[in-house]
Design a protein around this ligand. Sequence first.
Ligand SMILES: [Zn+2]
Length: 64
Amino acid sequence: MEILFYCQSCNEKITTDQLSLLNEGKCPKCHSIEGFSTAPKGENDSFETLRVINDVELLEKSFE
Ligand SMILES: [Zn+2]
């Protein structure tokens, strides 16, 4: 099953592949750098599993 990430600004859904191709972690739709999470914006019930992907993590990944 594919993991989807949600833009924390506009709730745009993207795949892991798309996430890895993002320019400086910016949303392809709204160009926000709010970051992406595995839970849609506003879905606080799953807060424990919430994981916001930020620029630092993306940079670390690309240098592995
Ligand atoms: Zn967005």
